[in-house]
Design a protein around this ligand. Structure first.
Ligand code: PGA
Length: 249
């Protein structure tokens, strides 16, 4: 059985005052029947880890460098994230791929570094609107998975998030059939590459405009093991609605 995961991506949002949201989330979830992860900006990571220490909530990074240390101004290594209290790191988010020109091979190198450090890698894949309209979605997802996911992946250290670019922050969500088609495809790809055991144990998240009001329907889709949530993870009340929907599946 795959344990469900509700993951929040705060992106470039939040200063110290946002820690109260984490405090209230960890008060509500001293225990939980699903995994809960919040990825705040790196500046908050250490304090965020302290804020959730007595709870079922864990924290993670939003990116890492592929190296251990060295002359890389502004970058953060996987070891540094781990040291700050992270359990996981989001990698290859479309905003990184677009804003920072990250390609599949960069994401793969970062994922290797994250896994070597003992972090779980939440690797994001997703098509643009043009690619979907040209009926290229599965080709794009398959290519990103082959390119971005390292060989050392297991059900423990890998999570894959399907995030259609056109659904991120837009309020637009694919149909449940479209989500199911991509998630079934991703499951089959993982089983083919890693064998049934590992392939079936990797968690697959859906991300893109997930809200308390649509979460339950999305979580009922086959091979959806949780969500990667942007905007609706910033407020504990909204994110709790999504966690509750996941807990009741
Ligand atoms: P959103 O973002 O929930 O605000 O659409 C999702 C994401 O980018 O991970």
């Amino acid at each position: 059985m795959r344990r469900k995961l509700a993951a929040g991506n705060w992106k470039m949002n939040g200063t110290g005052s946002a820690l109260s949201e984490l405090a209230s989330l960890s008060q509500s979830y001293s225990k939980a029947s699903v995994d809960i992860l919040i990825c705040p900006p790196a500046t908050l990571l250490h304090r965020a880890a302290d804020a959730v220490a007595e709870s079922a909530v864990t924290v993670g990074g939003q990116d890492c460098h592929s190296g251990h240390s060295g002359a890389h101004t502004g970058d953060i290594s996987a070891d540094m994230l781990l040291d700050a209290g992270a359990t996981s790191v989001i990698l290859g988010h479309s905003e990184r791929r677009v804003d920072h020109g990250e390609h599949d091979e960069d994401v793969r190198a970062k994922a290797r570094a994250a896994m070597d450090a003992g972090l779980k890698a939440v690797i994001c894949v997703g098509e643009s609107l043009e690619q979907r309209e040209a009926a290229n979605t599965l080709d794009i997802i398959g290519g990103q998975m082959s390119g971005s996911i390292p060989d050392q992946s297991t059900g423990e250290n890998l999570i894959v998030a399907y995030e259609p670019i056109w659904a991120i922050g837009t309020g637009k969500v694919p149909t449940l059939e479209e989500i199911g088609e991509v998630h079934d495809f991703m499951r089959a790809r993982l089983e083919r590459r890693f064998g049934e055991g590992v392939g079936r144990s990797v968690r697959l998240l859906y991300g893109g405009s997930v809200k308390p009001s649509n979460a339950a329907d999305i979580f009922a889709v086959s091979n959806v093991d949780g969500a990667l949530v942007g905007g609706a993870s910033l407020k504990a009340a909204d994110f709790s609605g999504i966690i509750q929907a996941l807990e009741s599946i």
